[in-house]
Design a protein around this ligand. Structure first.
Ligand code: PMV
Length: 312
């Protein structure tokens, strides 16, 4: 049996503007994982794959699934790239502890885990750039114009400074950065949020481009702060980014409440992360000092809270 895992992710700054060519910074979240297992299937169908997902309850033969089914798409893409199964039959089994529809990259993580597991099983493990490229094809099924940041940060499993269409720049941080991640409990649809911003952009391109430029400027400053290890300085940049996201209309009362609670309890800064309109918020917290902030966001109604660390 071959097993491969992939992490979740958070976007530190730059979501939405990244769809319009501005930079964004994202980091992997290794406490949350999607896992794929690949196994030889004795007495199975030659050249076919029995797919099973515990996360979604999906199960069946690849040959009988719609090509729009994300798990079928990534399995097919990986096998095409590897030249097929040469008569073999396999099972691909997927499990994921990354919450779905919440801005933590669950769909890209499942694709990355499957591409890694299938290619390792065949004996020719894909490099991260290939894994990312294949997972990007699947991200297009979820919303029409993905920037590619999710598949990139998850496939490279490193902090990235990302610009759509360019090779990703992996970042080395200058100090330990601790973050809190809290679930608003409200499901979010990236497709809906991206479409909302698209309508706003179509109605007033000049205004939206100015906001995207401002967000891009914050991301560039954050890159310097991140690399320089100036932990406290990241917070105000996140706060400013949140103000722009609120103006774009992708925050929500639930997210706003958790963000206010985190700031009041001593976070350096806080914002939504991912598509927004629900899903998760993040806060930059003092190293080793997350506890009072975790308690504050729990008291403010967070459904689930975890902390993650980015280390040099
Ligand atoms: O909701 P998520 O985690 O898939 O993040 C979406 C980030 C956006 O910038 C809103 C969309 C994108 O494709 O980059």
């Amino acid at each position: 049996m071959t097993r491969a895992a992939a992490p979740g992710k958070i976007i530190l700054l730059g979501e939405h503007a990244v769809v319009y060519g501005r930079p964004a910074i994202a980091v992997p979240v290794r406490q949350l994982q999607a896992v794929a297992h690949v196994e030889h299937l004795r007495d199975g169908r030659p050249n076919d794959v029995l797919i099973e997902s515990r996360a979604t309850g999906l199960g069946g033969w690849l040959s009988e699934m719609s090509a729009d089914e994300p798990l079928a798409r990534i399995t097919g893409l990986a096998l095409d790239r590897l030249g097929g199964l040469n008569g073999r039959s396999i099972t691909v089994r997927v499990e994921s502890e990354i919450p779905i529809a919440s801005g933590l990259g669950s769909s890209a993580a499942v694709s990355v885990a499957v591409a890694r597991a299938v290619s390792s099983y065949i004996g020719r493990p894909f490099d991260p750039a290939v894994v990312s490229e294949l997972a990007f094809e699947v991200e297009k099924l979820h919303h029409g114009t993905p920037s590619g940041i999710d598949n990139t940060v998850i496939a490279f499993d490193r902090p990235v400074y990302f610009v759509k269409g360019s090779a990703p720049e992996t970042l080395t941080v200058g100090a330990t950065f601790d973050f809190l991640i809290a679930d608003s409990g409200q499901a979010s649809s990236t497709a809906v949020a991206v479409a909302h911003v698209r309508h706003r952009w179509e109605a007033d391109r000049a205004a939206l481009e100015r906001v995207f430029d401002a967000i891009g400027g914050l991301v560039d400053r954050a890159r310097t702060v991140f690399q320089g290890g100036r932990t406290k300085e990241l917070g105000p940049l996140m706060d400013e980014n949140q103000a722009h996201l609120e103006w774009l209309g992708v925050s929500s009362p639930d997210l706003d409440r958790l963000i206010r609670a985190a700031r009041a309890a001593g976070a350096y800064g806080a914002k939504l992360s991912g598509g927004g309109m629900g899903g998760h918020m993040i806060a930059a917290v003092p190293e080793g000092g997350a506890t009072p902030i975790v308690e504050a966001v729990q008291a403010a109604g967070a459904a689930h809270v975890l902390t993650t660390r980015v280390e040099p």
